[in-house]
Design a protein around this ligand. Structure first.
Ligand code: ADP
Length: 282
C-alpha cells in the first residue's frame, strides 16, 4: 500500500489530494451500496458477494470492496488467493477480477502474508478505507458493493462520511436478537443520513428436500415485520441453503443465475429488487 501524500503541517488536516482523488473515483461510480448488519454471522458477506455476482452476471460493471480489515472473508469466499497489484509510484492499486468480471479488493490482497494480523487504530482504518476507493483502479462502475464489518464502528462510519450518496442494504436473520441489533444499524443510518435501500432477511427458513415443508429455523418473518413497521422495503428473504456454506468454504461460488433450488430464486429476487429500487433513485 502506498503512503498517502503528506497532510498539512500539523498532520491532522484533510489530505486534499486524496480527497480530490476520492471524489474523482466516486464520480465514476453510479451506485454505492453499503451492506451492513447489526451482528456477525447473519450472512452479510454472503449477501454482498452474491449481490455483486448477480449484478455482474446481468452485464453491469460491478466492484466489490471488502472493508472488513479484521476478518476479511470475501477473497476466501470467491476463491481469490493472489495479491492485488500495487504501483507505488502512481499510488494505484489494481483490484483482482473474478472470472465473472467482478472487480474485487480486500485488505487481505495487499498483505504479504495472509495469516498475519494487523492492529488497526481508528485513524489508520479511516485512511485505508478512503484509499481503497480513491487509489484503486475501479474505473467506471454501475455498482460498488461495499461489505462492511458488523456493527456501527469506524468502517461503516467512514463509508457513510466519505462516500457521497451511499445507500445501505441491511442484512438480518429473523430471530429477535438479530432484529434488536438491526434497529441499531437503522438508527446509525438515520444519524449519518444514509438512506436505506432495504432489508434482507437471511437464513429465513429451510425447505426440506424430502417433504418440501419449510422449517423456520430462526423464527418466522421477523425481518418482514420489522421492514413493514419501519416503512422500509424487504428486498428479499433468502432461505437457509447448505450449499452456500460449502461454496463459501471451498472458494467456489454457486452460479445462482441458473439455479432453481433454495437460494437461487431468492438471490435473483434480491438482485431484481436492488435494480428496481436503485432505478427509482436515478
Ligand atoms: P457475516 O458476514 O454476517 O459474518 P457470512 O456471510 O460470513 O456472515 O456467513 C456466516 C456463515 O453462514 C458462512 O459459513 C456462510 O456460508 C453461512 N451462510 C450465510 N448465508 C447462508 C444461508 N442463506 N444459508 C446457509 N448458510 C449461510
Amino acid at each position: 500500500m502506498s503512503e498517502s501524500t503528506p497532510q498539512d503541517a500539523c498532520g491532522h488536516g484533510p489530505d486534499i489530494e486524496q480527497e480530490d482523488r476520492l471524489q474523482r473515483a466516486l464520480d465514476q461510480i453510479r451506485f454505492k451500496l453499503l451492506v451492513m448488519s447489526g451482528k456477525g454471522g447473519v450472512g452479510k458477506s454472503t449477501v454482498a458477494a452474491y449481490l455483486a455476482l448477480g449484478l455482474a452476471a446481468r452485464g453491469y460493471a460491478v466492484g466489490l470492496l471488502d472493508v472488513d480489515l479484521h476478518g476479511p472473508s470475501i477473497p476466501r469466499m470467491l476463491g481469490l488467493s493472489g495479491h492485488a497489484q500495487v504501483q507505488e509510484q502512481q499510488q494505484r492499486i489494481t483490484p483482482m477480477v473474478t472470472r465473472h468480471g467482478l472487480k474485487v479488493l480486500s485488505v487481505e490482497m495487499l498483505m504479504p502474508d495472509r495469516e498475519s494480523s494487523v492492529i488497526w487504530r481508528g485513524p489508520l482504518k479511516i485512511g485505508v478505507i478512503k484509499q481503497f476507493i480513491s487509489d484503486v483502479e475501479w474505473g467506471p462502475l454501475d455498482f460498488l458493493v461495499i461489505d462492511s464489518p458488523p456493527g456501527t464502528g469506524d468502517e461503516p462510519l467512514t463509508v457513510a462520511q466519505s462516500v457521497d450518496g451511499a445507500l445501505a442494504v441491511v442484512v438480518t436473520t429473523p430471530q429477535e436478537i438479530a432484529l434488536a441489533d438491526v434497529r441499531k444499524s437503522l438508527d446509525f443510518c438515520r444519524q449519518v443520513q444514509m438512506p436505506v435501500l432495504g432489508l434482507v432477511e437471511n437464513m429465513s427458513g429451510l425447505t426440506c428436500p424430502h417433504c418440501g415443508q419449510t422449517v423456520e429455523l430462526l423464527g418466522q418473518g421477523g425481518g418482514q415485520e420489522l421492514a413493514q413497521r419501519l416503512g422500509l422495503s424487504l428486498l428479499a428473504r433468502l432461505p437457509w441453503d447448505g450449499r452456500l456454506v460449502r461454496a463459501g468454504d471451498s472458494g467456489q461460488p454457486l452460479d445462482l443465475e441458473q439455479d432453481y433450488n433454495a437460494a437461487g430464486p431468492s438471490c435473483r429476487e434480491l438482485v431484481q429488487a436492488v435494480l428496481a429500487r436503485t432505478a427509482q433513485r436515478s
